[in-house]
Design a protein. Sequence first.
Length: 398
Amino acid sequence: MSLLQIGKRKKNAPQLRDKIYFSVSSEGYGHSSRALAIARQFKPGEILLASYSYALERIRSYDYPSVEVSQEVKFVGSEGHFDVGKTILNNPARALGLNQIVQEEMDIIKRHGITLVVADGRIAPVLAAERLDIPCIVLTNQSAFYPFFERDSALVKLFGRSFEWVMKLWLSSAEEILIPDFSPPYTVCLPNLSDNYQVKKRTRFVGPLVAWTAEEIIPIERDNQTPLVVASLGGHEYRRPLFDAVVDAARQMGHVNFIIISSFTTQNAPHNVQIHPFVKEAAPYFKAADLVITQAGHSTAMELLTLGKPSLIIPDSQQIEQENNARRMAELGVSLTMSYNELLHQNQATLKDNIQHLLDSPEYGRQSQEFAKMAAQMHGALQAAEHLREFAHRLSAY
């Protein structure tokens, strides 16, 4: 048989269709943002997205093929404080619960003919892919976990080390680790990345993953004569003090308009404050703003830098990943940062003063614009999609 005949037989043989499965956490805005950024690079028949709660609603609002999966972990905290211990102890995926969720993921993978699993913020799909001998890629902005447990009691550390063992298993079971951030030395999440050789050699920086390009975003209408501050605060109950502080600062700054994106409400909002309980995308608000106030969630940071917007960052207290992100944003010259301790106990005027300083200081905006140019050059979503396509095809190529 000639090589030409062999080639024809291979060409005419039935081929498996490559299909990529994204299993996405709903604990935070960023996981679904990254999945949506990559998903738009594929046809609907090439992908399947899975999540729960808010993230699933968001995915379905874009009409992507989707399924619901069980929640692995729920974050717990109060008064601006993220409580690692209570989060671990109340984790519904502990012990036998995790095995049940892994089986759920395996059933989805087999039922839909998945050839590549992408896990963002979830452990179960990684373990499911390993059991089914299917390639898996972890998408994350954090590959170092020990700092999460440094400040906790001995009892929490006991559970925390068990939890950290699961995290290490999560990374070691994946073929590659994609970091949705700028390449070093400009990486925002750099302090949250492992320096372990086995992790580093499988790590790839693809650039910011946001669900749009900067050119596509149409800013909301605004009064161009009046500065606009947008505060994106989410709805975690322990962030209520930040919401109240922003409202109070706005009351003292009648010359500035404020838009607060949050599920919190107040009976006495000043005339210069609008409160939006839910928006499909915050980007049009960010693009219109002169300044954004927010936590140090990684994907929000990537959105701000992709749009070239300066920010005032107030990380959730004792959420080490956010605190590290906030410090890096300040080091990169695109943000000022505040702690909850400053916000609540030291000087109530500090928030107002920092807002005014950022509005009066154009250097933060100029530096942010440099990152926007870098994000456009990297085109993270396209780079990540091309890499995933290659992995998805491996098992069906021969």
